[in-house]
Design a protein around this ligand. Structure first.
Ligand code: SF4
Length: 309
């Protein structure tokens, strides 16, 4: 089936089954085109929490679909590919994290939403890159904090909030693929360009950035900026949505350490989702995300705390 036939079939199935297709900004354009909602982790969590649909098809990675299930336990949450993981989430196994936390008994645990449901059950607060500073600022000054699983976002938060936090040593393979040397050379060729970066990027990349923010933060910044040229240090898929929002501006992806042939600035996990897989999963209503009730109840608490903040 060609792209437009598949898109039509998915759209028809969504209507028949009263399903909603939620897609992350990192999805390929043909998925974003037919999604009912496209957003970053925080926006997708809010949408998942408020939807009236009976089935949620989640085109993102697995921890995001789990979050949708935690917020909507009575709804059916299905994913195009159960193997669409995340290096941050996979790099923080629950048993190892539980052991790690034993070293920090008097600490409040703040976890980035890019972690498994089990890790969320071990957390006091969940946050996204959009609201991490806000979440941390609600915790009393004297309270010690463990932050997991992203050390780059953690170091950025230490710098921004001045808080002393213990960090779990995890990272995003995509945001660690940018080359500082190539970025500097690119900026020398385009001195009028503004560098924007996601806080999952390494500290030396963030030091070169004129603006650091979440996916939606970057889009809003570029929309409201009077400048016309931007170098974007985050996953390549965001450029599709950004270019729609600012058709007259020039957007240049930040270069990767490796040659572009490896598509290092693309998240291989996000790109596991395809229109074919979305069609099949909607048709079969499978694979479905299942979580034990105890995990759902425990994980709801830190997520709801974040949504209230
Ligand atoms: S871009 Fe990085 S943090 Fe985001 S899903 Fe992919 S591996 Fe995980």
């Amino acid at each position: 089936m060609n792209v437009s036939t598949l898109q039509q079939k998915i759209t028809a199935l969504k209507q028949t089954k009263k399903a909603i297709l939620l897609a992350h900004y990192y999805q390929v354009p043909e998925i974003q085109e037919i999604a009912d909602f496209v957003g970053d982790s925080l926006e997708l969590s809010r949408k998942a929490a408020s939807t009236e649909a009976e089935i949620i098809v989640f085109a993102g990675v697995y921890f995001m679909a789990e979050t949708a299930k935690i917020l909507n336990p009575s709804k059916k949450v299905i994913v195009p590919d159960v193997n669409a993981g995340c290096s941050l989430s996979d790099g923080c196994p629950p048993d190892k994290f539980e052991e790690f936390l034993k070293n920090y008994p008097n600490h409040v645990v703040v976890t980035y939403i890019n972690c498994s449901a089990e890790i969320k059950t071990l957390s006091d607060y969940v946050c996204t890159s959009s609201n991490a500073i806000k979440v941390i600022s609600t915790i009393p000054e004297e309270q010690k904090i463990v932050f997991a699983p992203d050390r780059n976002l953690g170091n950025f938060l230490i710098k921004e909030t001045g808080r002393d936090m213990v960090l779990w040593e995890g990272s995003c393979v995509v945001h660690e693929a940018f080359s500082l040397e190539k970025l500097i050379r690119l900026h020398q060729k385009n001195p009028d360009a503004v560098i924007v970066a996601h806080p999952e990027s390494e500290a030396h990349i963030l030091r070169t950035a004129h603006y650091i923010g979440s996916t939606s933060g970057m889009i809003n910044y570029i929309k409201s900026s009077p400048k016309t040229k931007f170098i974007i240090a985050t996953e390549h898929g965001i450029l599709y949505k950004m270019q729609q929002e600012v058709p007259d501006k020039i957007l240049i992806p930040a270069p990767s350490k490796e040659d572009n042939t490896c598509a290092c600035s693309e998240c291989a996990f996000m790109k596991m989702n395809t229109l074919e897989k979305i069609y099949t999963c909607l048709l079969d209503e499978s694979p479905e995300v299942f979580l034990e009730q105890e995990i759902i109840t425990k994980a709801q608490h830190p997520i709801q705390r974040m949504l209230q903040i």
